[in-house]
Design a binder for this molecule. Structure first.
Ligand SMILES: Nc1ncnc2c1ncn2[C@@H]1O[C@H](COP(=O)(O)OP(=O)(O)OP(=O)(O)O)[C@@H](O)[C@H]1O
Length: 256
């Protein structure tokens, strides 16, 4: 029996006249890490953007969060995109980025002390307080992900959406990063939906897996079932080769 924080029911999304998601039904488990896997272009980012209401959709995304919805309290969802901007040229320091995100007044009035204090608390949570005065454009992929993660955790969300959080992170830093996500999940009781292309990491860190193919969820369940299923093999190893579900630190990462 799935304890579902979010129940997605017959969700369809079209973009630019093209149907991207078709009748997607799935669960995001309460208090757990759910991984969304699938080939490039199958619709994973589109699903995340529908959940944050960035894209229009038909069907239903039901938050089973225990709120009194008549009081119009929005569900709290933190979202970390794949990239901040495609060209990466943001002429700001991390301190100024926090000001843009947290302050109500324009940046030309300066960064308020309370913003800096808050930025330090938020960066500290993700082990990144040393980044405060660094230019955003000079951050590595992993540093950028930590900054975006710290912003997504304020205010504390019920659901954290991470779109390929390890995409810019090298082999050595990847495991600590996923351990940080697991820690946030367990200690703060934040449910997580993360997009990943790394089967060993999904095997190690996810409690629940959604497998997407061409805009549809073709399999959902625990990693032990989904990662060894025929559906997964047909998508990721159609030539009959073995899918490596081992420890990413020992067997190397399988990217698809
Ligand atoms: N505005 C748009 N107009 C037309 N097609 C679009 C639009 N936005 C996205 N698409 C297409 O929708 C499909 C799904 O895109 P999406 O980014 O959700 O895939 P993804 O699974 O996240 O891919 P990746 O793993 O490469 O990040 C892709 O084929 C993409 O080209």
């Amino acid at each position: 029996m799935i304890d579902s924080l979010v129940t997605i029911d017959r969700l369809s999304v079209s973009r630019g006249g093209k149907r991207i998601l078709e009748n997607v039904s799935a669960h995001i488990q309460r208090g757990k890490v759910t991984a969304l896997i699938g080939l490039n272009g199958c619709g994973k980012s589109t699903l995340l953007r529908a959940i944050v209401r960035e894209y229009e959709y038909t069907g239903n995304i039901q938050f089973n969060c225990g709120h009194d919805h008549s009081r119009h309290r929005q569900e709290l969802v933190g979202y970390v995109p794949q990239k901040l901007l495609s060209d990466g040229r943001i002429p700001l320091t991390v301190r100024e980025l926090f000001a843009v995100c947290l302050q109500k007044r324009p940046l030309f009035f300066g960064v308020q002390k309370q913003t800096i204090d808050k930025a330090m608390v938020l960066l500290n949570r993700v082990g990144a307080r040393q980044l405060l005065d660094r230019p955003v454009a000079a951050l590595s992929g992993g540093e950028m992900q930590r900054v975006l993660l710290s912003l997504a955790l304020d205010p504390q969300p019920e659901l954290l959406l991470l779109d390929e959080p390890a995409a810019g992170i090298d082999f050595v830093d990847m495991k600590p990063f996923y351990q940080l996500i697991k820690k946030i999940n367990e200690e703060r009781k934040i449910s997580v939906l993360l997009v990943s292309h790394d089967i060993p990491t999904v095997s190690e860190f996810a409690d629940h897996v959604l497998c997407m193919k061409k805009g549809k969820i073709v399999r959902e369940g625990p990693p032990s079932e989904v990662l060894h299923s025929d559906e997964l093999s047909k998508i990721f190893a159609p030539d009959g080769s073995q899918i490596d579900c081992g420890d990413p630190l020992h067997t190397g990462c399988v990217h698809f």
